[in-house]
Design a binder for this molecule. Structure first.
Ligand code: UDX
Length: 431
């Protein structure tokens, strides 16, 4: 099928590459000319494992093209996926200006019978506005097909999803989307058919529940810190119950990235506008801030005065295997330390340049050991694989202090005991 993908950010580019990889003819469109120029040379605008290779392959096979021109993108499209950004406004409400802009172009150029699919995460009810922005006629059909990909495993998540969720108002539209996804459903991926509003809401509901699990565990961690219980063992016990599930129970520095914070805020905003009580969602966001504050207080407690102390921070990305620092708790923690006059020497294999642009006072190190040199304390802020296998003997010979704050609970009992052999005190979260 001929597929156009509007917006080539974290969701759009992966969607375009994946659609091409399953055999469709794909054209990606973005308003950013530099991005398009780079993509034509198979250069993705961000780091995502495996993406560059698959992008280069699909471009070479001639199945994937890029443009900034709406006519070129939409005129021959059977299906258009809208993947433009929906960033939060100050009140939490999603900003849908880019969705509207894309819809105007699609409404003008797309052929009769084209199916326009919301893939960007949008508030429940957006499709009604989308129909109007597309021109308000019945020439085009609208569907919602939320994307559940995670940064770091985005391509795999898209090519091997746990489920394909499509909201549409007619069986004819479902038939088109079933054809699009046939290569995946043929190999067993379930296709969940809903109406459009349900699919829109399901995405916000899924992300908000995952964020709730994390905040719940961060709340339990605060109780553990005060009682001597171990939150990692509490999580093990809870996760053994299939009704709870063992994923997303890791307490730590809190959640970040461009989805959870904005989606929880957007769902809360939507609910409030509908007169639905949402203190649960507001608490999820509040507990997330408190998780970061609690780590800051552990550092302060260990060092007494923060001012003038040198702190090594391992990890800046909001999670491993990405260079994304949007809403990164690690960067927020660095900001708090810098505001309180600490010298912060940070290491991150992918996100260092972006973080330093945001925090110019950050000193960037090229390895965990360079960051540790002369530091009074070391914080593990993002669980990059390197943080699991630190050489404590070497760290002890380099650092001025002997405290490790493991803000992601990456160190198991063995690693913690090993670190203590070299004089370290290891402070975890809720353990
Ligand atoms: C998320 C959803 O998982 C994905 O389905 C959706 O499409 C987009 O949003 P992503 O933001 O890429 O994906 O990252 P994810 O792996 O979900 O982690 C989000 C944040 O939660 C990270 O900051 C991570 O460190 C944190 N987290 C995750 C925890 O603090 N504890 C956990 O147990 C799990």
């Amino acid at each position: 099928m001929n597929i156009a993908v509007a917006g080539l950010g974290h969701v759009g580019l992966v969607t375009a590459v994946a659609m091409s990889a399953i055999g469709h003819e794909v054209i990606g469109i973005d308003t950013d000319e530099q991005r398009i120029a780079a993509l034509q040379y198979s250069e993705p605008p961000y780091f995502e494992p495996g993406l560059q290779e698959e992008l280069a392959l699909q471009v070479r096979l001639g199945r994937l093209r890029f443009t900034t021109d709406p006519e070129t993108a939409y005129v021959g499209a059977d299906v258009v996926f809208i993947c433009v950004g929906t960033p939060p406004q100050a009140n939490g409400e999603a900003n849908l200006i880019a969705v509207e802009g894309a819809a105007h172009d699609i409404g003008f150029w797309a052929p009769d019978g084209c199916v326009v699919v919301e893939k960007s995460t949008v508030p429940c009810g957006t499709h009604k506005r989308l129909v109007i922005a597309l021109g308000g006629n019945s020439r085009l059909d609208v569907a919602a097909n939320p994307e559940f990909l995670r940064e770091g495993t985005a391509l795999k998540d898209t090519l091997e999803p746990t489920r394909i969720v499509v909201g549409a108002e007619t069986e004819a539209v479902h038939r088109v989307l079933r054809d699009v996804y046939a290569p995946l459903t043929d190999s067993g991926t379930p296709y969940i058919a809903t109406d459009v509003a349900t699919a829109e809401l399901a995405k916000h509901a899924s992300n908000s529940l995952l964020a709730t699990k994390i905040s719940f565990m961060n709340m339990i961690a605060l109780i553990c810190d005060r009682t001597g219980a171990d939150v990692t063992k509490v999580a093990e016990v809870m996760g053994a119950d299939p009704r709870i599930g063992k994923e997303f129970l890791n307490a730590g520095l809190g959640f970040g990235g461009f989805c959870f914070p904005k989606d929880v805020a957007a769902l809360s905003h939507t609910a409030k506008a509908l007169g639905v009580h949402t203190t649960l969602l507001d608490d999820v966001l509040d507990l997330n801030d408190r998780a970061r504050d609690a780590v800051y207080l552990k550092i302060e407690d260990a060092l007494w005065n923060i001012q003038g102390k040198q702190i090594a921070v391992l990890g800046l990305a909001f999670k491993p295997d990405t260079d994304d620092i949007r809403y990164s708790p690690a960067v927020a923690l660095c900001g708090m330390l810098l505001r309180n006059q600490a010298v912060v020497v940070a290491w991150d294999p992918q996100a260092d340049v972006a973080a330093q642009a945001e925090l110019p006072k950050l000193v960037i190190a090229d390895s965990p050991y360079t960051a540790a040199q002369g530091s009074d304390l070391l914080v593990i802020a993002t669980e990059w694989p390197e943080t699991y296998t630190l050489d404590y003997e070497r760290l002890a010979s380099l650092m001025r202090g002997r405290v490790i704050v493991d803000a992601r609970n990456v160190l198991d009992d063995w690693a913690r005991e090993y670190a203590t052999k070299f004089g370290f005190t290891v402070i975890g979260v809720g353990r």
